[in-house]
Design a protein around this ligand. Sequence first.
Ligand code: ARG
Length: 576
Amino acid sequence: MTEFKHSVASSLKESIAALYPAATVSEEEIFGMLEYPPDDAMGDLAFPCFKLSRVLRAAPPKIAATIFEHLSGNLPSCAEKVQIVGGYINFFASARFFTKNILASVAQKGADFGRTNVGKGKTVVLDYSSPNVAKPFHIGHLGTTVIGHSLKLLHEYQGYDCVGINHLGDWGTQFGKLIVAYRKWGCREDIENGGIDKLVELYVKFHEEAEKDPSLADEARAEFTKLEHHDEENLSLWRWFIDISLAEYKTTYDQLGITFDSYNGESFYTDKMPEQVEVLRNKNLMKIDDGASIVDLSEYNMPPCLILKRDGSTLYPTRDIAAAVYRDRTYNFDKCIYVTSAGQSLHFAQWFKVVELMGYDFAPKLYHVPYGTVSINGEKLATRTGNVILLRDLFAVAIDKVRSIMEEKNPNMQNKDEAAEAVGVGAIVFYYLAANRVRDINFVMEDALDFNGNTGPYAQYTYARTCSIINKLGESANVSLPENAETLEKAERDLIKTFSLFPEKVEEAIDGMEPSVITRYILDLCGAFNRFYQACPIATCEDADKKAVRIALTRGTRDILGKALELICIKHPEKI
Ligand code: ARG
C-alpha cells in the first residue's frame, strides 16, 4: 500500500498547503500520520485530522471538512472515493489501482514482490543457534535457531549481505570434565554409535561422581589446561566431541532447511583475547577484585563484567568482546545481531557497554535480540537425557502425528515422508513464531498440529491448494492480466489489498527484529485467499477477464505465501 499512501500524502499536502499557507507540515509527516482503518467500511487509508489540530489551530472535524471539500475536486490518482467520518478523512483505493498497480506487479515479480535493495552494500552478521557442544540441543534452542535464521533471510530479501555464524560453545572447563569422564568410563564405539546422547551421559556421570569425589574436578581442570596448551591427545578428543555434536545439530538444521556461513565457535577466539585484555588494561578499564579482573559498571547500574578469573583464564564475556572485534575487522558490519534467550540480556548489556568504553566505534551496531522461555503442557514427551526436552524429540513426535493423520486421510500419497517432516516441523516452528518473541510460550502440541486452526499445517495446506489449482488449470493458466479490470468482487479486492501489505510487513519484521510479523501476515493472507476461493469460482468462471484476474490472484497467493513461509524457516511442499 506504500504507493497508495504516497499518492494520498501528496494530495493531502497540496490541499493543506493551499488551505493553510502558514502551516508547515511536510509530505513525509503526513505520510507518517496515515493509518490503516480497522474496518474496510472506513476505506483503505485514513487521515486522522486531530494530529493536525494544534498546527492548524482548528477542531479535527472542521479540518476534515475543509480538506475534504478541497480534495473532492482533486482526488489522488489512485483513489476512487473520499469520505469524512468525524475527524477522519477516509480514502478508498480504486479497483484500477488494485489491478493495474498491485496485482500486475505481483504477477510480474512473483516471489520477489517484497524484495528491495535497501540493504545493498551493507553487511549484517547474525550470531544464532550457537549450542554448547556436548550438551543437549533442547527446546530452549528453538528460539535462537529459527528467529536467527529468519532474521537472516529477511535481511537477505532486502539486499543485505548476511553472514550467519554458529558461535558454538566449544571451549571451557566442560571439555576437561568430558575428557576425564571419557577416559574413565567412556567407550569410543559407543559414542560413534550413540552420538551426542552418549556424550551427555558421560557429562552427567561426571557430575554425579564428582559429588562423591571432589578430586575429579581438579583432574578436569588440569585436562582443560592441557587442552589450552595444545596437548595433542586432548585436542583430538576435543575435535572428535565437536564432530559428534555437529552431526546431531546438522540433522535438526536440515529439517529446518538452515545452513550457516561459519561455525567459528568460542575456541576460535582463544588467541584473539590477549589483545583485547591489553586494550582494557591500557585504557585503565580493568580493576582487580578478589583476584579476578573486572570492569566496574556500577556507574551504569550493572554488576561488573568479568574479564579474567583469578587463575588468569578467560570468560564468556572476554570471548564475546574478542569475537566482536574480529567480526568488525573481518566483515565490517553494519549490524551484528545476537539472538539468545532473555536470560542473557544482562550479559549482552554488560559487554556492549565495555566495548563502548574501550572506544570501539562499532559498539552502536551491536544488537541483542532476546526471546522468552518455552514450556510444554499437555502431552509429556519422553526424553532420554534427564528433564530437558530435546528439539529432535519434539520434532519426531510432531512428524509421527502428522504421518498418521496423512495415512488416514490420504493413504496413497507419494511423498509422505518428506511431507510429514515438512508439516510436522513446520507446525512447531509456526506455533513458536506466532507470538511476539519476548513472550513466554506454553507449547501445546494439539494446537500446533490443528489442521483447521491458525497453524503451520493450515498455511501449508493453503499453499498446496494454490499449487494444485494452478497445476490443474494447466495451459489455460497462462493468461495475462486484462488491460482494464474496473470492477472487483469484495473478496478479490481484499486479497489484493493483503498482497499490497507484504513489503511493509517485511520492513516491519526487520525494524522490530520480529519474525512473528510475518507469521501473522501469513494467517491474514491465508484467510483472505480462502475467503476469495469460497466466493469466486476460478475454473468454471465464464468471463475471461475475470478468470484471468482470479488466476493471477491464485498465483500471487502461491508466490507470496511460499516466500513468506520460507522467510520464517517453514518448508512448503506442493502436495500434501
Ligand atoms: N552458547 C551460548 C548458549 O548456549 C549462546 C551463545 C550466544 N552467542 C554469543 N556470542 N554469546 O547459551
